[in-house]
Ligand binder design. Structure first.
Ligand SMILES: [Zn+2]
Length: 628
């Protein structure tokens, strides 16, 4: 949103520096111009026109396929339409590559020194598509992800290519972005020239209702929130909300001790009609949640952790990146074996920051941790699939359905590694008799010197070496065991080492109630192994637990409980009453138009997770989430 002259100068210097070693043999790296017409964003269509330097012959162009932070070949090629190439006012022949659908070969005629390309990106209307390929526009707002509207030529890295990008917005819309602005004329914004890497790293949020909130006024580097919503009212939460986000900036600064951005923008979309996710960038994050995520306290609690997670990625993921995720362009496949650091450690740090910045009370933090631990404590899928495989397999598996989650075991490297990194934190504290903590690792690994975005890669051994600099321990054996374990049960060493125990009782925590209300979910997972919707349809079963053992599965519907029509309350009452009765729980279930009664010999009552204090051990957890 703000034009920073010094940043503009940096871009010019960067552009000059981009004249690469290839210059001597192949001429300067191409400079591409790109105009995106977003005036039809409310129709969910974005029009792009590009000028790309070219020589006569076959020009190979790529549509970005492996999108940083998405961990897979997720570039939304199915939503690319209207592709057309011209040169010297002549329409050019093109053909898609037979082995890679994201690659196009264009015939450039004699005498042409550049081509014009035009294309449309059709953003999904309604569900469908993931991440930047998901729904991105409403009647009142949009997020422009540059990877969805750009083609780039073969032969150059994304760092070497320079793009002069501009965007035309619907009349009256305001915008925010980490990209430096060169000029603005009405609704058309010209950005300063930038490498393709930093363009894709700098999405633009825009909307009729857009609020800019400085989070560290008067300090450098500046940090602000640029929030677009489907209503003006969604942008007016109580003042404490801004205080928590300001505190997030302070607490992250204290944790890492340095920044790797020139200025930072939280681009936050509040809409029930865009895809909900968070995507990290060096100098911004594209986070999208419900329209009520700021103003409704329950929704605010449920979305807490999203912004802190994406902010942490500026240090862990963007600045420090696994070597085999740091590819030169968007065509080369990424190897995801170290996502347990990239995502798992980010999850741990993002979660503890919600305690340090006040977004969550200590009890809310513990409820959330207990919830995570309970889900992972009911993961029979670990018997066939170790944690390492959940990271290795993600490029091909991340769009898997939610059904059969306990057996399929999809993205556990996020949350299981929250538990593992907590374990690491407690071991450091024990080994150093409280002299050091995981904060010391962060300052060594992610900290000084501060500066503009850069990528510093690492390997597994770099992680072990840095851990050993903080506290001497057999970290290789620790991580080898954690990554290859087949259970049983979740790794609870961190919770137990920090002075707490995971228990189950019949009291639904605020976390469980909020999630049930928000998702229309009934959680009977830890009693009989069932996740249901309020109408009785079974969204999932926990493999190996009682409901699955007697023959129930996702896709079926519970019609009646002990002879009475299903409702969430009826099921909860029946579970409670079963504790003092010897009669089995009788569930009448419909499956593909057939009805069957299942009898579950269950008498354990309702079960929901909590953490309770273990007085035999010091309470490290409370210290871990205390503000610095
Ligand atoms: Zn992440």
């Amino acid at each position: 949103m703000t034009v920073l002259p010094d940043k503009f100068l940096y871009y010019l210097l960067l552009t000059t520096a981009l004249i690469s070693p290839l210059f001597a043999v192949s001429g300067p790296a191409p400079r591409i111009s790109l105009l995106v017409d977003a005036t039809e964003a409310p129709r969910k269509i974005f029009h792009a026109r590009m000028t790309i330097p070219a020589k006569p012959g076959t020009l190979t162009l790529y549509y970005p396929k492996w999108i940083p932070g998405e961990h897979g070949p997720t570039g939304p090629i199915q939503d690319l339409a209207g592709l057309k190439f011209t040169a010297n006012r002549q329409t050019l022949n093109w053909r898609r590559d037979l082995l890679d659908g994201w690659t196009f070969h264009v015939e450039v005629p004699a005498g042409a020194s550049s081509i014009e390309a035009s294309l449309d990106f059709i953003s999904p209307a309604g569900p469908g598509g993931i991440y930047t390929g998901g729904a991105t526009a409403t009647d009142r707002m949009a997020v422009l992800s540059w990877n969805t509207v750009v083609l780039y030529p073969e032969g150059w890295s994304a760092d070497e290519l320079t793009v002069d990008a501009s965007v035309r917005l619907p009349e009256g819309w305001k915008f925010g972005s980490s990209l430096a602005v060169a000029s603005q004329s009405g609704s058309e914004i010209k950005f300063a020239p930038v490498s393709l890497t930093m363009l894709v790293d700098g999405p633009v949020i825009a909307g009729q209702y857009l609020k800019v909130v400085p989070l560290n006024p008067g300090q450098t580097p500046p940090v602000e929130m640029d929030i677009a919503a489907d209503s003006a009212a969604a942008l007016e939460p109580p003042a404490e909300v801004w205080e928590h986000f300001k505190s997030l900036v302070t607490q992250a600064g204290a944790l890492f001790g340095a920044q790797h951005y020139r200025d930072y923008h939280f681009l936050y979309s509040l809409s029930d009609h865009v895809a909900h996710f968070g995507l990290e960038h060096h100098e911004s994050n594209d986070s999208r949640s419900d329209e009520g995520a700021l103003v409704n306290p329950d929704k605010r609690l449920l979305s807490s952790g999203l912004l802190s997670h994406e902010y942490v990625h500026s240090w862990n993921g963007k600045y420090r990146r696994p070597a085999d995720l740091a590819t030169a362009d968007y065509e080369k496949p990424m190897q995801t074996d170290l996502l347990w650091v990239y995502e798992g450690l980010t999850t741990y740090l993002g979660e503890i920051l919600t305690g340090r910045d006040g977004e969550r009370t200590p009890e809310q933090f513990r409820d959330s941790l207990a919830y995570t631990a309970a889900v992972l404590d009911h993961r029979p899928g670990r018997t066939w699939r170790n944690l390492q495989d959940t990271a290795d397999g993600v490029p091909s598996m991340q769009d898997a359905p939610h059904r059969w989650e306990s057996w399929r075991r999809p993205l556990d490297y996020y949350e299981e590694d929250e538990l593992n990194w907590l374990w690491v934190d407690t071991v450091i504290r024990q080994q150093t008799h409280g002299q050091k903590s995981f904060d010391d690792f962060c300052r060594l690994f992610h900290g000084a010197p501060s500066g503009p975005p850069q990528v510093k890669t690492y390997t597994f051994d770099d992680i072990l070496n840095t851990l050993n600099q903080v506290a001497s321990y057999d970290w290789r054996s620790f991580w080898t065991e954690r990554l290859n374990s087949h259970g049983p049960g979740a790794p609870l060493g961190g919770i137990e080492g920090s002075g707490w125990k995971l228990v189950y009782d019949d009291v639904r925590s605020e976390r469980v109630r909020d999630r049930e209300a928000d998702r229309g979910e009934v959680n009977a997972a830890y009693s009989i192994g069932l996740w249901l919707r309020p109408d009785g349809s079974i969204s999932d079963t926990v493999e190996g637990m009682l409901a699955a053992q007697v023959g129930m599965g996702p896709g079926m519907s519970v019609v009646a409980v002990n002879g009475r029509k299903f409702s969430p309350g009826t099921l909860r009452d029946a579970l409670r009453e079963g504790k003092t009765s010897s009669a089995p729980l009788e569930l009448l279930v419909e499956n593909t138009e057939y009805y069957k009664t299942f009898k579950l010999d269950y008498h354990g009552g309702e079960k929901y997770p909590h953490l309770v204090r273990d007085e035999a051990k010091p309470d490290l957890l409370t210290d871990i989430i205390k503000p610095r």
